[in-house]
Design a protein around this ligand. Sequence first.
Ligand code: GAR
Length: 229
Amino acid sequence: MTLRRKRTAILISGRGSNMRALIERARDPSYPAEIVLVLSSRPDATGLAFAKENGVASSVVDHKIYAGREEFERSMQVLLELHRIELICLAGFMRMLTPWFISQWPGRLLNIHPALLPAYRGLDTHARALADGVRIHGCTVHFVVPAMDEGPIIAQAAVAVLDSDTPASLAARVLAEEHAIYPAALACVAEGHLRVEGNRVFTREPATELVPLRVPFKGRKASRRRIGG
Ligand code: GAR
């Protein structure tokens, strides 16, 4: 049986390195999601160039030209419907979404956050983690709900904090993990392998081997379970 690939949009505001990881992973025709649209909330987002060079349709919905959040979101919604989008990945999309927009995409709107939620919601996650002296930091892919950086967790990856770390060095190692878990998490959602109960996300049979968990501690033999995607 051939799987119909889920039509997926990526929403960005800047660099777009997670967008790039998703586009590159989805080049494989057996990957269950197809990236068909990139929307940027900013005209100067550098990620737009990669989308164009790679033949992915892209549009700017410049949040600054709209009177309010709902008008901005209604424009995005029109484009998403026009492209018959089924799943959305927020990838460094730095606008808060309204409950109206989120309610249009139940179980179909994913976000990546550079921390092990529920720790370090919001901004400057790496500097705050270092200031707190945590030894383990990481990133999270979750379903979006109206409360910021909350919602059922699909995948997480942990990185060890090193004595030599600065916010920039820690961010770089976390970002490498983001690029691994986001395509894995999107694959699980696109394949319909997940079931959500309250805040918990369960993996349905027969996809248990696809649990997107990575724990690549440095200095020991890496302990990794196979990830999806
Ligand atoms: C990523 O680290 C992502 O986790 C973060 O912004 C960066 C975007 O980088 N997102 C958030 O902080 C959202 N709360 P990218 O544009 O290179 O993917």
